[in-house]
Design a binder for this molecule. Structure first.
Ligand code: SF4
Length: 54
């Protein structure tokens, strides 16, 4: 049975398309790691999430 496709935490509203070479999903995605470990980028992402919910 196919697993549900995980959502990309960065491309809001889109499933993870494995756009980063060598990743198996958002769990080991380097881009997600970078964004989550950068306070400015993380804040901006939270802002975008809030805007999307309006
Ligand atoms: S590989 Fe990373 S950046 Fe690309 S879609 Fe998946 S989670 Fe998002």
């Amino acid at each position: 049975m196919a697993r549900p496709v995980p959502q990309c935490p960065i491309r809001l509203g889109e499933p993870c398309s494995l756009c980063e070479p060598g990743v198996t999903g958002p769990e080991d995605c380097g881009l997600v790691w970078l964004v989550m470990n950068d306070p400015d980028l993380r804040a901006r992402l939270a802002e975008l999430r809030r805007e999307q919910r309006l």
